[in-house]
Every structure is written in structure tokens, then in C-alpha cells.
Design a protein around this ligand. Sequence first.
Ligand SMILES: [Fe+2]
Ligand SMILES: [Fe+2]
Length: 262
Amino acid sequence: MNILFIGDIVGKVGRKALIDNLNTIKKKYDISFVIANGENISRGRGINRNHYDFLVKNGVDCVTLGNHYKDRIDIESYIEKTDKLIRPLNLLDDFPGEGSKVFDCDGVSIRVTNLLGSAFSNIPVKDPYLEVLNIIENDESDIHIIDFHAESTGEKKAFAYSLKGSVSAVLGTHTHVQTRDAQILNTGVLYITDVGMCGSYNSVLGTEINSVVNRIVKHDENSRFTYLDDDDRLFSAVILKFDDLTFKGVEITPLYIINKKG
Ligand SMILES: [Fe+2]
Ligand SMILES: [Fe+2]
């Protein structure tokens, strides 16, 4: 069984990158289930109802989030009416929705868990390790995939090793830069430090170049981050391959596709 995991989709160009690639990849790699991180899909911040519906309509089976989980105010009112959207599990606030969910895929049960890391984070969170142990303890799913949304490379890898072989995959998100370290850990877990993003190729992490230069490099407090409507498009994802009988992870293949503007 092949599962596709798509990294943070950023704004309109990210949505176009998804349309460019998803159907082709599904056919080419015989994908049975699609997970996508949608924390930046609505103008770079959060996910509104329209964009959740866009993902589902275009073939995404599970949407995960990250530190931008509540940036769109409508999410609190619609998240519990959805069946394919999860938010981080280890939030301190009493936010609606779930952080871990089991999906049925032609008789195979796939659990997806969304966690926020704690190192260098601007959001205080419950301990991701202790929170996920509670889930693992009672988990009977065939495949368990974790979207570990975190800043620190070391925290992500240490976290993946800490779970030994008790989950199927730990996939890092949040930095928007795909790392070169996809591997099967010696614990059997499929791993990558960061899947990367879908969005503007000529950008800073998906955000328009000058808006970031002015704010970050030139310290212009009045400069606001903006997002292009059109650009060359980057699509970043990984394909996870599992044995059909044992559900053991057998391969992780990164995808990094650039589609020219137009
Ligand atoms: Fe992100
Ligand atoms: Fe993030």
C-alpha cells in the first residue's frame, strides 16, 4: 500500500501546485490514501472552510495542521463538522476537534496523529512524547503516521527514535524546506526531518520575497508578509510504501517537483 503525504500547502500557488500534481502522482504511484498539511493554505495562515473543501474535493483524505491551526476564525465553528481534518493533539487550550484519528482505507485502518514540537516554538504545548504515548497505548490501527510539526531538526529525529517501532512513520513539517534525510530508521519507522512545502518556488518559504526581506532583514515593522497569486510552483511530498500483509514500512520516497509558471 502506498500513502502520499504532502507538505505544508502555502496559499494560492500551493493550491495550484496540488492541482498540477496530485492526480498524476496518484495514478503513477498507485496511491491509496493522501494526507496533506493545510496549515498555510488560506493566504499563508490557517485553513478556512472553503479551502478544506477544496482539499477534499481534489482527493485529499486527511488534512493536518500546525502552529497556524487557529489563524482562520471560522475553524472553531466548522472543525467538528468535518471528518477529514485534525489539529495538533498536544494543545494547551481547549480547542475543538481531534488531534489523532483513524481512517478506513479499503479495510486497512490508518491512524494519523498531528503533534507540535516544543523546541523554539512560539506556542507552549503539552509534552508531545507523553501525549502520543497515551494514543499508542490503546491503538489498534494497522498503520500509524505522525505529522510532527516542529522547528528543531534534532527534536524531530530524537522524537522519532523515542517511539521505537511503535508507530509506522514520523514525518516532519513546518520549516517548509525539504530535508535530504528520508530513511527507514533502524527501529523500522519511516522518517524525514521535513517534507517541505507546496507553494511559490521563487519565494522565502512560500512568502513573497520583498515582503520578507523588508521585515526580517531590513527590520521594517510595517512590512507585512504577502503571497503571490502566480509563480513557478514547488510541490513537496513523500510516498510511504507499506507491506500489504504486515503493514511494515518498506520504502520512503521524497518528491520535489517544480512546475513552471503558466
Ligand atoms: Fe507551515
Ligand atoms: Fe508551521
